[in-house]
Write a protein that binds this ligand. Structure first.
Ligand SMILES: *[C@@H]1O[C@H](CO)[C@@H](O)[C@H](O)[C@H]1NC(C)=O
Ligand SMILES: *[C@@H]1O[C@H](CO)[C@@H](O)[C@H](O)[C@H]1NC(C)=O
Ligand SMILES: *[C@@H]1O[C@H](CO)[C@@H](O)[C@H](O)[C@H]1NC(C)=O
Ligand SMILES: *[C@@H]1O[C@H](CO)[C@@H](O)[C@H](O)[C@H]1NC(C)=O
Ligand SMILES: *[C@@H]1O[C@H](CO)[C@@H](O)[C@H](O)[C@H]1NC(C)=O
Ligand SMILES: *[C@@H]1O[C@H](CO)[C@@H](O)[C@H](O)[C@H]1NC(C)=O
Ligand SMILES: *[C@@H]1O[C@H](CO)[C@@H](O)[C@H](O)[C@H]1NC(C)=O
Length: 631
């Protein structure tokens, strides 16, 4: 594994930093800078190149245009290709600015625009404050601009490289040959891409002691097929050979290859390439568009028509904060309409602001908010609709459950984990879901999971500033709630982790959190799984249809193990979602030992202290005593 044999050497970083800061001038000698990195560390320092400096720059029309261009990046209509080209000024204009930005494919649309915008800011304000042409590369994105045309023009200079300091321990000749083979294959594939995306990813065999190489290749899509090919082949020849990890960048293209480390997402895990949703909903919208071009305000008549005036036949269910109705727009597009029942205490503008924030949360594993409606007291949220309903519909039904094979369940678990991770750490605003449960995990046509009902608390709570928060309005679902939330209204990302753990155990056992075994009605799902785990009989409680498939027990055990780690009594002992995703994705990983779950009575303790899981709050004692249990 890369992890065990790579050690980053800090002096390289310092060397690079000082070199970078003190010697930074637009000299070509800096063009090739090789940095040693380890594969888990993505943060190589940004590198820039400043060209054609101009005196009196700050008073020029060009500078004025550039400033406008940079500040407009954040408000660009995001696209899934992570490529942006912009210009200000006409072709005959000597002060015209052309610019382009490109992000690594793994970045979400929102993160990509943030990355490019930030890179452009630091480039134009601190790195190259007086240049008519400049370039910056960070580990996640690239931005460049010029006073000359750059669109469709190949540019391979400056190059930047970051290599893993370790040489291959394999047969070097074989190692290099097999790396090149994979890269050559992916170079052809990327070059064949279209005018929106030129990108390829894949894996191939590696010589022992490694098992696979993983690589990505990418060009800015404005390049021709031939130039993309040429650019990447140049990179392959220019990059250092024989290292176990190589990242190579130039303005027009880049590639990365790692040994035994899949650093990119699987195809289905990326944000989908579907049509931009504003083109779907755009036509039903009156011209009451709000600032954010992505989110639409619909009028109440459109929604009444779509839902048969909120007819009981269209009623899909009661979610947190209100009833949900199925709606069919005039175009035939199906939507889910949530009719908020609670008064939020917010003014219209506040509501619109919060809704637009929530709408910016876009991830493959989150339900998309399409629009909203505001009419007097009436507040509605319009979401994409899923025919296959929710996980709850399948997992707790002995017949329907059979459809969910282990591969599907694994995908659901990982998808929900990624969706939560995005809410917790990767989105622009940090969101704690607070009501994750099987009925809030919707399933799309291919049974990929989509988390619903996130961000609702944002629309109702104003105190979202501290790391750990308290609320007097505990609004989750008992059984999924972490003890500290249910009892004290104290919530943090770790309360979501708890709910996630409950969900994982439900997915694996096919049993609801409030299920009890016949022989021991005082035990509920968590305590029963824990009991079986301690007795080494945990496979007894796994959904029998899963056990029939041979060879899965290790994977299933691992998921139960992770589930138990997530439901631990002590919030601090629970892993973060980032760690959960790592544990779920890694093929071999030493997991910590779980301690007793929250809401789980001590051995021999009577069930009277457990409380009523559906409505009342468990007794305080049973929870505080368990902290004395040795880990
Ligand atoms: C890689 O580098 C990062 C930051 O420099 C460090 O935190 C991490 O522990 C390193 N990982 C390995 C496996 O050396
Ligand atoms: C952006 O790219 C398109 C081609 O996809 C091109 O036609 C257009 O002129 C470019 N826009 C700007 C502002 O350069
Ligand atoms: C890797 O190999 C190259 C060339 O053989 C050598 O110059 C370099 O010092 C080696 N690096 C390490 C870390 O062994
Ligand atoms: C490496 O492998 C090649 C053929 O794949 C072989 O010719 C060569 O002798 C090997 N080198 C070493 C040092 O094992
Ligand atoms: C890679 O290209 C840079 C110029 O961008 C050059 O300075 C460097 O020597 C090249 N390295 C190799 C190994 O060709
Ligand atoms: C999910 O929905 C799609 C499309 O409606 C349907 O083809 C598929 O059979 C459904 N899957 C399950 C497991 O019901
Ligand atoms: C839990 O509380 C609800 C409502 O108070 C009650 O209807 C139910 O019987 C209680 N269940 C148990 C097991 O005490």
């Amino acid at each position: 594994m890369t992890g065990s044999c790579s050690s980053s050497r800090p002096q390289h970083f310092f060397f690079f930093f000082f070199f970078f800061f003190f010697l930074f001038v637009p000299f070509l000698s800096l063009a090739q800078q090789s940095v040693d990195i380890n594969s888990s560390n993505w943060d190589i320092p940004p590198k820039s190149l400043c060209l054609s400096q101009q005196g009196n720059f700050l008073h020029s029309e060009f500078f004025h245009n550039l400033k406008r261009l940079v500040s407009s990046i954040q408000s660009l209509r995001s696209n899934t290709y992570n490529f942006y080209n912009l210009s200000i000024g006409t072709n005959s204009d000597k002060d015209k600015v052309e610019a382009m930005g490109l992000c690594n494919r793994v970045l979400s649309r929102v993160d990509c625009l943030n990355c490019i915008s930030h890179a452009a800011q630091i480039l134009t304000t601190s790195h190259c404050p007086r240049s008519r042409e400049a370039h910056i590369r960070t580990s996640k994105c690239m931005f460049r601009y010029s006073d000359k045309p750059i669109f469709g023009k190949l540019k391979t200079f400056p190059t930047m490289e970051a290599v893993n300091p370790n040489n291959a321990t394999a047969n070097r000749t074989d190692f290099i040959r097999m790396q090149s083979k994979l890269l050559n294959h992916l170079i052809l594939q990327a070059a064949r891409g279209d005018s929106k995306r030129k990108y390829a990813q894949g894996d191939g065999p590696a010589p022992p002691p490694y098992t696979r190489f993983y690589a990505t290749t990418q060009c800015t899509p404005d390049l021709s097929h031939k130039d993309c090919n040429r650019c990447l082949l140049y990179g392959l020849q220019n990059a250092t050979e024989g290292r176990i990890g190589i990242r190579w960048f130039c303005p027009s293209c880049n590639f990365q290859i790692e040994s035994d480390l899949r650093f990119f997402l699987l195809d289905f895990e990326y944000e989908p390439d579907g049509p931009d949703r504003s083109t779907i909903t755009g036509k039903h919208v009156k011209d009451s568009k709000i600032k954010d071009a992505q989110l639409f305000q619909m009028d109440i008549d459109t929604i009444r028509l779509a839902t048969n005036d909120f007819s009981p036949n269209n009623h899909l269910g009661e979610g947190g904060f209100g009833a949900v109705y199925k709606g069919v727009l005039v175009s035939g597009e199906e939507v889910a309409v949530k009719r908020l029942s609670m008064k939020s205490g917010q003014g219209d503008n506040e509501f619109i602001n919060e809704v637009s924030l929530v709408a910016k949360l876009q991830h493959r594993n989150l339900v998309t908010l399409l629009g909203f409606c505001l009419d007097g007291e009436e507040r509605l949220l319009i979401y994409e609709f899923f025919k296959n309903t929710s996980l709850e519909h399948y997992i707790f039904d002995s017949n329907r459950r059979i459809i969910l094979e282990w591969e599907t369940r694994k995908r659901i678990i990982l998808g929900v984990a990624r969706g939560l991770l995005y809410l917790h750490e990767d989105s622009r605003i940090k969101i704690i879901h607070r009501d994750l449960k099987a009925s809030n995990v919707l399933l799309d046509d291919e049974m990929y999971p989509k988390i619903a009902d996130f961000g609702m608390a944002k629309l109702f709570d104003t105190d979202q500033t501290n790391q750990i928060k308290f609320t007097s309005k505990v609004s989750g679902t008992y059984g999924y709630m972490a003890p500290e939330y249910a009892m004290n209204g104290q919530f943090s990302v770790k309360t979501d982790v708890f709910s996630f753990g409950v969900l994982v155990l439900e997915i694996i056992t096919g049993k609801k959190h409030n299920w009890s075994p016949e022989e021991e009605t005082s035990l509920f799902l968590l305590s029963y799984v824990w009991k079986c785990w301690r007795e080494g009989k945990v496979l007894n409680i796994v959904d029998p249809t899963l056990i029939e498939t041979k060879g899965l027990s290790d994977e299933i055990m691992k998921c139960i193990h992770i589930g138990l780690l997530c439901v631990q009594e002590n919030a601090e002992s629970r892993p973060t979602m980032a760690y959960v995703v790592v544990m779920l994705s890694a093929s071999s990983f030493a997991l910590p030992r779980p301690s007793q779950p929250g809401f789980c009575p001590l051995d021999g303790e009577s069930s009277s202290s457990r409380g009523n899981h559906t409505s009342s709050i468990p007794s305080f004692n049973s929870v505080s005593i368990t902290q004395l249990v040795p880990r």
